[in-house]
Ligand binder design. Structure first.
Ligand SMILES: Nc1ncnc2c1ncn2[C@@H]1O[C@H](COP(=O)(O)OP(=O)(O)OP(=O)(O)O)[C@@H](O)[C@H]1O
Ligand SMILES: [Mg+2]
Length: 292
C-alpha cells in the first residue's frame, strides 16, 4: 500500500449536521441523523452492508450506532460478534451493546438463539419503536437502521414513528432485473422518506485465484437503475467470499482487512452517503442543537 492510500483512509470527515425528518415527527435528542437501510427482496446484503458501512463511518471519525430492526431474523449481533444481554438502567432504559466502536441494539440480545420468532405484527413494530426510544443511545452522528426485507409493517412503522433523514436501498444485479428494488424505492417515496441512494451489492465477482473480474449477474444494472429512477448510486460492492466469511466470523471485512480494496469501497460508500446527506435540507433548529 502506498503512503497516499494511508492518508486517504486516515482522513476524517466533518460529521453531518442534523437533516430534516418526516413532517410531524421530532428528531431524537441525541441522534443527529437516522438512516434506514432497506431492500425490496431478502438476502441482498442489507445487514452486511449496514455493519460494514457503520464501521466505515466510524473509521471516518463519526459516532455511529446500528439498530437491528429485523425482529424476525436479527443478524447484527452475529456479524459484530456480540452476544449476551444488554444491561438496563433503573428507569428501564437499555444500554446499547458496543463492538468495534459501534453502538448497537437488536432483538437478538433478548431472545434465545434459534428460538422461533413467531410475533404478531403489532409486537414486532412495537419492538422497533421501543428499541429506538428506550435505548440509552450515546450522542450519535448517524444511526443506521437495518430493516427486514420487503415493504411490510416494520417499514410502515418506521415511516410513521421514527424520525429518519433518509433511506439507502440495497440491490443486487438480479434484483434490478426483477425490479424488486423498484418496490423499495416506491415505498419510501410513498411514505415521504427521501432515498439518499442505491448500493449495488454482489456486483462483480473477482476470481481469488486469477484476479479475473466477472459480472456474473450482468453489468451496469445499478448504474442504469440509478439513472432511470433519478437516485444516486452511492457505491458498488463485489461478490467476494471474504465479505461473507468475515461477517459470519463477527469481524466484518472493514475491520478485518482495513487496508484492502473492499474496505476502500465501503469507505468510499460512507463518504458518498455523508456527502449526499449534506445536500438534504437542514433540520429546523431545536434547542438541543444550539451552540453545537
Ligand atoms: N458482497 C457480498 N459478497 C459475498 N457474500 C455476501 C455479500 N453481501 C452479502 N453476502 C452474504 O449473503 C448473505 C445474505 O446477506 P445479508 O444477511 O447481509 O442479507 P440481508 O439483505 O440482510 O438478508 P435478509 O433479507 O434476510 O435480512 C450472507 O450470507 C452474507 O454473508
Ligand atoms: Mg438482514
Amino acid at each position: 500500500m502506498t503512503d497516499d492510500r494511508v492518508a486517504v483512509v486516515a482522513q476524517t470527515l466533518t460529521p453531518p449536521s442534523s437533516r430534516a425528518v418526516q413532517a410531524g415527527l421530532k428528531a431524537h435528542p441525541r441522534i443527529a441523523n437516522v438512516i434506514a437501510v432497506g431492500s425490496g427482496k431478502g438476502g441482498v446484503g442489507k445487514s452486511t452492508t449496514t455493519v460494514n458501512l457503520a464501521l466505515a463511518l466510524h473509521r471516518l471519525g463519526l459516532r455511529v450506532g446500528v439498530l437491528d430492526a429485523d425482529v424476525y431474523g436479527p443478524s447484527v449481533p452475529l456479524m459484530l460478534g456480540l452476544s449476551g444481554r444488554p444491561e438496563s438502567t433503573e428507569d428501564k432504559k437499555i444500554i446499547p451493546m458496543r463492538a468495534l466502536g459501534v453502538d448497537t441494539m437488536s432483538i437478538g440480545y433478548l431472545i434465545e438463539e434459534d428460538s422461533p420468532m413467531i410475533w404478531r405484527g403489532p409486537m414486532a413494530t412495537q419492538a422497533l419503536t421501543q428499541f429506538f426510544n428506550d435505548t440509552l443511545w450515546d450522542d450519535l452522528d448517524v444511526l443506521l437502521i437495518d430493516l427486514p426485507p420487503g415493504t411490510g409493517d416494520i417499514q410502515l412503522t418506521l415511516a410513521q414513528k421514527i424520525p429518519v433523514a433518509g433511506a439507502v436501498v440495497v440491490t443486487t444485479p438480479q434484483e434490478v432485473a426483477t425490479l424488486d428494488a423498484r418496490k423499495a424505492l416506491a415505498m419510501f417515496e410513498k411514505v415521504n422518506i427521501p432515498v439518499l441512494g442505491l448500493v449495488e451489492n454482489m456486483a462483480v465477482h473477482v476470481c481469488s485465484a486469477c484476479g479475473h473480474a466477472e459480472h456474473i449477474f450482468g453489468q451496469g444494472g445499478g448504474q442504469a437503475m440509478a439513472a432511470r429512477y433519478n437516485v444516486p448510486l452511492l457505491g458498488s460492492l463485489p461478490l467476494d467470499a471474504a465479505i461473507r466469511e468475515q461477517a459470519d466470523a463477527g469481524t466484518p471485512i472493514v475491520s478485518a482487512q482495513p487496508d484492502g480494496v473492499i474496505s476502500q469501497a465501503y469507505v468510499a460508500l460512507a463518504r458518498a452517503l455523508v456527502e449526499r446527506l449534506a445536500t438534504r435540507p437542514r433540520a429546523q433548529i431545536a434547542l438541543n442543537t444550539l451552540g453545537s
